[in-house]
Design a protein around this ligand. Structure first.
Ligand SMILES: Nc1ncnc2c1ncn2[C@@H]1O[C@H](COP(=O)(O)OP(=O)(O)OP(=O)(O)O)[C@@H](O)[C@H]1O
Ligand SMILES: [Mg+2]
Length: 338
């Protein structure tokens, strides 16, 4: 690599490199909601969940799709699967109009909704997979091969005979991921796949997704409230709020756009006055020997740590990443006052 060709990797000659796979052009989704306003009185109101949304995703990309609660993320994903029909604009996934050809599209996509399982609650896990084998008409050999590979990668072998309702959240989530991939989809939509998972389960799911993307070239659209998911998996992130795309680019750029801050948590050997850590960091909280210092997320923590270690009796320290909601909130606050 000479590193002079810009950020975009050169096509490696494989068919489909840089091919637009998901196309969203001026898409809108308006919900009609009826609100009770008094005795026998109802008011009709419109909720614009997605508002002139446009973006494209190339084949093989892994894109983070983030934004605060109610931003329109799940609504977007539901439109991309054909569950919901857009009120306006144009959508294409693998050249297919999702709401018009939902069944044909179903063979090309996999979906995991972290909040809801697609598995049959009372059946053993393996029975759900058998049902999907038939529903998707997956050829027997391919089904067997995919099932073996996925079950091994997600360590589910000992759980195949357990009814879904008896699985822990993390086990169930892994079960759902297998279900979404049995038919070899080209694109995987993940709506909060790590919600409620412990650190080890999260790491496992992330490792798996990374491998799926790099080895199979599966296109991934990932919605999450966990910034670490994005940091570890996605080179590109899209931020949506009030149904509109607010940012589309690298994660680092988002931090700059939001001027977000990381926090260095310092445990001193004893209680001391607020640390003087130079111009780029400031003490935001002191509790006994523990002090919290905020510094720009775009800067390395190393010089700050070195400086504190040289001048203060240090017992321990850790760095906290900015909370995604805080990054976004700050980004909007800055825009509003710009
Ligand atoms: N079926 C529906 N009927 C009416 N309003 C809806 C419906 N589905 C979503 N909405 C509204 O559309 C907006 C976007 O909701 P959506 O579920 O897409 O948000 P989200 O970004 O996924 O949020 P979260 O992070 O909380 O999952 C919200 O205001 C929500 O109340
Ligand atoms: Mg949602």
């Amino acid at each position: 690599m000479t590193g002079t060709q810009g950020a975009k990797p050169m096509p490696d000659g494989a068919d489909g490199a840089d091919e637009v796979f998901i196309e969203v052009d001026g898409v809108e989704k308006v919900f009609e909601v009826r609100k009770k306003t008094g005795f026998l009185k109802r008011e009709r109101r419109q909720v614009r969940a997605v508002d002139s949304l446009s973006f494209t995703v190339a084949r093989g990309e892994m894109v983070g799709y983030i934004g605060p609660n109610g931003a329109g993320k799940s609504t977007t994903i539901k439109m991309l699967t054909g569950i919901l029909t857009p009120s306006g604009g144009r959508l294409r996934v693998a050249g297919i109009d999702p709401s018009r050809e939902r069944t044909r599209l179903a063979h090309r996509i996999g979906v995991v909704f972290g909040q809801r399982t697609t598995l049959w609650w009372d059946l053993p896990l393996i029975d759900s997979y058998r049902l999907m084998h038939r529903m998707y008409r997956i050829p027997d050999a391919r089904y067997a091969e995919n099932l073996d590979r996925l079950v091994e990668l997600l360590s589910l072998a000992s759980l195949l005979d357990v009814p879904v309702r008896q699985l822990s959240l993390g086990q169930r989530m892994r079960g759902d991921i297998v279900a979404a991939l049995l038919h070899d989809p080209d694109v995987l939509y993940l709506d909060e796949p790590t919600i409620g998972l412990d650190v080890i389960s999260k790491a496992r799911v992330r490792d798996f997704l990374r491998e799926l993307n790099s080895e199979r070239g599966t296109t991934v659209l990932l919605t999450t409230h966990d910034l670490q998911d994005i940091e570890q998996l996605c080179s590109r992130v899209m931020v949506i709020d009030h149904g509109r795309l607010m940012y589309d680019g690298p994660l680092a750029g988002l931090h700059e756009a939001g001027e977000s801050e990381r926090t260095l948590v310092v445990d001193l050997e004893r209680e001391l006055p607020p640390i003087d850590a130079g111009p780029s960091a400031r003490v935001v909280k002191v509790e006994g020997p523990r002090q919290w210092l905020a510094f720009p997320a775009s800067e390395s923590a190393a010089p700050l740590v070195a400086r504190i270690a040289a001048e203060y009796p240090l017992a321990d320290l850790s760095v906290r990443e900015p909370d995604i909601e805080a990054v976004i909130a700050k980004m909007y606050a800055d825009r509003a006052t710009a």
